[in-house]
Design a protein around this ligand. Sequence first.
Ligand SMILES: Nc1ncnc2c1ncn2[C@@H]1O[C@H](COP(=O)(O)OP(=O)(O)OP(=O)(O)O)[C@@H](O)[C@H]1O
Ligand SMILES: [Mg+2]
Length: 452
Amino acid sequence: MKITTKINLLTTAWMICILILINFVVYFLFMKTTVNMEEDILFQKASDILEGIHTNQSSNDTEGIFKKYLSEYSYIRIMEPGNKILHEVTNDELLSKKIKGKFTIEKLSQTHLISAEHGEEEVLVVHVPIYSGNNVIGSLEIGERLLGLETRKEILRGILIFCTLLAALLSLLGGKWLANMIMRPISNMINTMEEIEKSGVPKSISIQNRTKDELQTMALTFNRMINRLQENLEKQSQFVSDASHELKTPLTIIKSYANFLRRHGLDNKDMANEAIQSIHSEATRIQKMTETFLELATLEKENVLEMNEVNLVNLCKSILKQLKDVYRRDITLQFNEYPIIIKADELKIKQVIVILLDNAIKYSSDRIEVFLEKHEKQAIIRVIDYGIGIPQGEIENTFERFYRVDKARSRETGGSGLGLHIAKSIMKLHKGEIKITSKEGVGTEVRLFFPV
Ligand SMILES: Nc1ncnc2c1ncn2[C@@H]1O[C@H](COP(=O)(O)OP(=O)(O)OP(=O)(O)O)[C@@H](O)[C@H]1O
Ligand SMILES: [Mg+2]
């Protein structure tokens, strides 16, 4: 069953339940107040009759007084102790036959149901004691069929049933309209999802009315998700094309040297040696590059960091020691505080520092300086070299994937243009920043900012 139909039926059923309950309350309250009013009238009549009898005691015309007060379908009686009828005036034989008289010593009203000519009918009987001095010598009893009440009951029942049915109908129609209105964005979303499923192309849904409700939030979230997906897809395809482009050059070199060897064999020893050397170095380059690709892929896929307390001073000391041993370069370390502790993924931070030092080593030949600074809200790592520098307009580009300022030179140094891109991604994961200031021919300073 459709969710709109479900909502509609449920709300209508609930509404009918509430209406039935309200109808019962209205019906019974109406009945009660009407009978109470009739009761008051009869009691008033009884006291009027008693007063009449009292003032006309001498004339002894009780019958005349009774007749004066006798209304349609009723009787008036005087009862003696022992439930004997002393006097009775009636214009409704059936009624006076069905209702047995009753002597009471106090005011009392009762309703009875009698089976009359047209089915059951309600009868109201009131009893009022007659006093002589302080003694009760009899009671006056007035009985009357509540004919008007029956008709009013029927009208009321009709009105209530009609109103309930009308309300149910309106609720069904209104519910359908409301459910459709609520479900429209969801239906839109379902349609878009189906389209995406069929075509395989992510697409956002159009939001017509800015309703600022949960459904709009849902649609906006969906659109954001789709945008992310689109971005990722674009990134992915860009990466694939960039990567294959990068692999093309070394592969072409390998292929041409291999061709040379196939044609000339090892006849020319020098040339053959050069060919083998080049094939080896290009193959190594491809191997390194694919390793970096894999690294980048995992970095973009799993954004989980293993956060621990890291002492930057100790970390830099150990990295510098390793690099100094391998490259035999003059790298100095200075820090303004010990220890400098930050919360970070140690392996990833190490990777960033190595990327920066690797660049400094590759693109300079002078000394390299590393400064560690601890401030109130952040820790800063500065890597400074006095090498070739980066032209002003190129600095931001160096963070792009596969971007190298001097392609020819990079070929010599063996870079793939991914280092700074990886460093920036890692800094972003740490909610930190990376900034480069550089002057061509003078040197480069790269700063890493970590929130403390
Ligand atoms: N310290 C530096 N001095 C001068 N140029 C630099 C420096 N660091 C980076 N660059 C320039 O920025 C480019 C991008 O650097 P990046 O580290 O991303 O790539 P790469 O060093 O070429 O290759 P790899 O992927 O091996 O790191 C470099 O090719 C180089 O032109
Ligand atoms: Mg690099």
